[in-house]
Structure formats: structure tokens, C-alpha cells
Design a protein around this ligand. Sequence first.
Ligand SMILES: Cc1ncc(COP(=O)(O)O)c(C=O)c1O
Length: 371
Amino acid sequence: MNTADIDTPALVVDLDAMERNLARMATFARERGLRLRPHAKMHKSAEIARQQIAAGAVGVCVQKTAEAEALAAGGVNDILITNEVVAPRKLARVARLALQLAARGGQLGLAVDSSEGVAALAAAMEGTPATLDVYIEIDVGHGRCGVAPGEPAVALGRQVASHPRLRLAGLQAYHGRAQHQRTLAERVATIAAATQATALTRDLIEAAGLGPLCITGAGTGTFALEAASGVWHELQAGSYLFMDADYAGNEADPQAPVFEHALFIKAQVISRQADRAICDAGHKSHAIDSGLPRVAWPEGLTFANGGDEHGILRAAQPGGPLPAIGETVWLIPGHCDPTVNLHDHLIGVRGGLQAGQVERSIRVDARGALT
Ligand SMILES: Cc1ncc(COP(=O)(O)O)c(C=O)c1O
């Protein structure tokens, strides 16, 4: 099937671009002796996770227990839940999954940031013949989850180490807001502060005899900075694989590889008025939390929100050409993670968007995996 035959609106992956991105990040990590554990909350696909692992990733990250279960069911064996799980019912699922992955020679990890969380986790793991890798999440300035760096993290480390079924594996140090700071100078300053807090905490925990620790974190906006810091061992970037319109707004870091847009919405013009063309992709087909899509093709068009089912296209320059009814429009989503979550399948194409062929359909295994 030609890309021309893909019904609209559809979420399409340019497999050639995706694989170049995948290889560039794998090479970046390998050349620096760093572990790569890409965040799979971005693509939510076991097939893509397995492709990343085949290219050298040690495993993947997820945010939710249900995402971990969905990827494990799809053959992914090494998974880190980079988030806090405290409900006993969910922790029972975590314990079951830890056992299931261990039986396949894999490993499950989980972030913790409270004494209550560690106690509940230890209770869930009691009697399970598997161990869970536990990462203490420290707040490196993001202001979301995470225990304060320094002594509070050491106390949690002691608590984790006191439970035989929990292995103190490392620190989770991720600064989410830094990813989207537009200037490189801002990101450099933010990650410098995060580096200091992380190194201090690592030193204290290791001095207490609880190390060595694996320091894990970083996203697409800052991973080259964490990599250069000498403190992080493992990179969690996810969006680099698809690259959304929001990330394209960041000032580039010359130390980071260049990533291409690989995720697109194929849409069609369904109405044409004097000053605008209206396409069939609204926010049922793409998320708008990080801004509207950008029009990749035809060039010279702006996209305005037309509601759930419509996008409004106007000429960027007064009097510029507008597409006709029936014409195809290719959009770059503003934010890839929640856009993927709106679709059951990604359509993988090879040979370019305009003239390429559909190679395969990729299941979004962890779509809607909220719990
Ligand atoms: C803990 C954690 N690590 C890594 C990432 C990956 O970030 P990105 O997709 O921006 O590369 C995220 C994304 O939200 C995250 O929450």
C-alpha cells in the first residue's frame, strides 16, 4: 500500500527517520560508556522497545504499572517504572511483575520517595522469591515527586537496604522542566544545579556503605548535559525517537546528535474557503497540551485549532497558496507522548511520506494504560 492510500486522519511513523534517530542515540550512549534506557511512555509500543534494546538499550522506562505490564506482555524483560507506586493493590501487581520478569532473566525497577512508599513496597514483596531494583527519586529542582537531596535520601536508602527483597539500585534524578527550557544557557544552569544535588546525595549514600549507585535520569532536552557531567550512568530520554514540534523549539545543543521529526499526522483537506482550508485532524487525533501541530507539508501554512475534528490552515504569507479539497496535509504533533496515546496503531512507512510504502502497523500496546 502506498502512503497515498492511508486513510485520514492517521498517525504515521517515518521508519527511516525513526531508525536514524534510534541509531544516533544508541551511538551517543555507547561512545560515552553510558547505559541507555529510553522512556517508552513516549511510544508505548513493545515492538519499538524491543528495537531499541536490540540496538543497545539496557531496557526501557515507563511511568505506570499498567505500561510495564503491557510492555512485559510484549516481550520486554528489563523495565524501570520511573514513578512512585504506593497503593497496595498496585504494589501487588508490581511484585507479580517482578517475579514474572525475573523468571525470564529480566528485572523490574521502581522509584520511591517516601518512607511510607518503601514500607508498602517491602510488604508487597515479602514472600516473593524475586528482588526489586529500587531507585530513590530525589527532587533536583523540578518540584514534582522526589525526596530532598542529601540526608533525607540517605535515610530512605537505609530503609530500602534493610529489606531483603529490595535492592538499592540507585538514584532517579530527572529534571522535567529543564527539558523545555528554550535556551541552552538556561538548561546548562539548571542541570549544573541538578548535578551538584545528585553528586552530593550519591556521595553521602555511598559513604554510608550503601553503594555503588546507578544514577539514572535525563530527557531529550538535556541528556548531553547529564552525559557530560560524569555523574549520570543511565539516560532515560524518550522523545528523541519521534521528535515533536515542541522539542524543535529548543535551541540546539551542539554536543547532542541532531534528531529528525519521525512522527506525523496524515490529514486531508475537507473544506476550502476563501481565506482558509480545513483539514480533518483536530485534537481527537493529536494532543495540544504543548502547542498545536506544525504543518510539515505543504510548506507555507499555519495551523489553527478548529476543535475536536478540524484543523484550520491559512497561508503564512498574505496571498500564499492554500491546498485544495482532497489534498493531503502532513502535520508534526506538538507533543508526541499524549498524541500516541490517542491511537491504537502507528502506521510505519518507508521511503518517505509522499511517495513511500506502508511497511507495517505498530500496535500501541500501552495505550490508555493509566493505572
Ligand atoms: C522520569 C522521566 N524520565 C525521562 C523522560 C523522557 O523525557 P523526553 O521524552 O522528554 O525525552 C520523562 C518524560 O516525561 C520522564 O518523566
